[in-house]
Design a binder for this molecule. Structure first.
Ligand SMILES: *[C@@H]1O[C@H](CO)[C@@H](O)[C@H](O)[C@H]1NC(C)=O
Length: 496
């Protein structure tokens, strides 16, 4: 293992040397502060399978992938996925083997509440998550629970999904149940994973379930999600915090936008504007109580064009509940883009409206290495810049990296040197942010543990540090080279 790691080190070193020619600085040999947490993120729909077993209800991803013709390129789905519903003990063994001390998973709302509503609780669903949580704790691994990662119960979609304000109460009831059932053993809760991606791809581009294409739905959903988040945060404050002593936050997707020409003020301005818009719909209200000026102006423009009915502000009453409703910020980060002003609009990237409405041109540097997705390039320093940007604009919050990972193809094999380079590079830039820049990052979760169902890409792309053979009914798991390297970084708490 360590020989593999050294080979990979050399390759990484070569890349860093070539980067330093371009002005990026050298690899930092140092460790993270004591208590830094290491682990992995997964989500229910991507790994659990058992889509109709033991009383689980149907969710919007079940509906989406079962459409005919299939919206997924390989026509496959998450019906079985990694079969983690039956094989969670294998997953925990892998986490233990790699040396993770935290594991973030999401609850399948429909497994716990088959109708989405509190009128019918499925005991098998509660039991499944109790078993997982207890096994993690028995192995010294802290469970982190994501309440919602995209798999809304279908009956709630049938009343309009997140754009319907009624769903806010249903989400709060679900969260209340989860706090009651699991909160005695959970110290960190994530209300929503990447609601920005969920709104854009679920309700605007239609690439994700429920597959809608309506900007008004996307914007009203985003607004209701901020309110749902705040309501659940306040519920935790009022009823659970005293006894359970946990933390509650949200995980946002954010890439880094680099001015294409850093010397050009217009490029710098549009890059900053893009970042403000990306963080403006969720983080800004949650930290400061309302949308930032950039988002207000954008909403105003869209209202004028009659593209949305979404209000440009939260009411005073809403604002009071929303403001400050976070104990940490979760950051899901993969990649960096170059941006410049342009009269032409370019396509929408993950999770934001910048290309669509701002007239900005997005590109990548052809010298940046690319994985199996053309929208993910390997730019480790973009993570350091993103972290510094959050620290400066958002009052130095505690930050957890809740997803970071590299996509390759299913036939890439277990000697995934590119993924090793990716994680080493990004973790090292995170180390610089912590040690040299004083950014308060205290956790790193790689995404993902297993090769799993990658949403609109099916199984055509892999992020796992563990290979899963999806042609084998047993779904056997084989650690890749990247597992060994993360094992070493976790054990050393950095790079010694
Ligand atoms: C995956 O499983 C199938 C079916 O058992 C088997 O034929 C194939 O060789 C396996 N692939 C790998 C790479 O192990």
């Amino acid at each position: 293992m360590s020989i593999f790691c050294k080979v990979a080190n050399l390759i990484t070193f070569a890349i860093l040397v070539s980067n330093s020619v371009c002005g990026e600085d050298a690899f930092l040999y140092d460790v993270f502060p004591p208590g830094f947490q290491w682990g992995f993120s997964t989500s229910s729909y991507q790994i659990e399978g058992a889509w109709n077993e033991d009383g689980k209800g149907v969710n919007i991803w079940d509906t989406f992938v079962h459409r005919f013709p299939s919206p997924i390129p390989d026509k496959r789905n998450g019906d079985i996925a990694c079969d983690s519903y039956h094989k969670f003990d294998h997953d925990v063994s892998l986490l233990k083997y790699i040396g993770a001390n935290v594991y973030r998973f999401s609850l399948s709302w429909s497994r716990i509440l088959p109708t989405g509503r509190i009128d019918h609780i499925n005991p098998a669903g509660i039991q499944y998550y109790n078993n997982l949580i207890n096994l993690l704790l028995a192995n010294g691994i802290e469970p982190i629970v994501t309440l919602h990662q995209w798999d809304l119960p279908q009956p709630l979609m049938d009343i309009g999904g997140w754009q319907n304000e009624e769903v806010i109460q249903h989400f709060s009831n679900f969260a209340n149940l989860a706090f009651h059932a699991f909160g005695d053993r959970i110290r960190k809760w994530v209300t929503f994973n990447e609601p920005n991606v969920m709104c854009v791809h679920g309700y605007l581009t239609g690439k994700y379930a429920p597959g809608h294409k309506n900007i008004n739905e996307a914007l009203n959903s985003a607004r209701n999600i901020v309110k749902s988040h705040a309501k659940v945060y306040r519920l935790y404050d009022r009823v659970f915090r005293l006894h359970q002593g946990g933390k509650v936050g949200m995980a946002l997707f954010s890439y880094w936008l680099e001015p294409k020409d850093p010397q050009n003020p217009a490029h710098r301005k549009i890059a900053e504007y893009g970042m403000q818009i990306m963080w403006g719909s969720f983080a800004f209200p949650i930290v400061f109580g309302n949308y930032n000026d950039e988002t207000k102006q954008l909403l105003g423009k869209l209202r004028k064009l009659k593209l949305t009915s979404a209000p440009v502000e939260f009411t005073l009453e809403e604002s009071v509940e929303i403001k400050g409703s976070y104990d940490f910020w979760g950051l899901n980060h993969y990649s960096t883009y170059l941006v410049e002003p342009s009269k032409l609009t370019s396509s929408i990237l993950h999770g934001d409206l910048i290309g669509l409405v701002l007239g900005a041109k997005i590109s990548v540097d052809p010298k940046w290495p690319q994985g199996a997705r053309n929208d993910i390039t390997v730019v480790p320093w973009g993570l350091r810049k993103t972290l510094n940007w959050i620290k400066e604009r958002y009052g130095s919050p505690e930050i957890y990296i809740m997803e970071n990972g590299y996509p390759d193809y299913p036939n890439a094999g277990v000697e995934d040197v590119s993924r090793v380079q990716f994680h080493r590079g990004y973790i090292n830039e995170m180390l610089k942010a912590v040690r040299l820049d004083g950014v308060g990052v205290t956790m790193y979760l790689a995404c993902g543990l297993l090769d799993s169902f990658e949403w609109s890409l099916g199984y055509t792309v892999n992020f796992g540090v563990v290979y899963v053979n999806h042609s084998d009914p047993e779904r056997p798991r084989t650690p890749k080279l990247s597992s060994a390297c993360l094992q070493q970084i976790f054990a050393e708490n950095g790079f010694t």
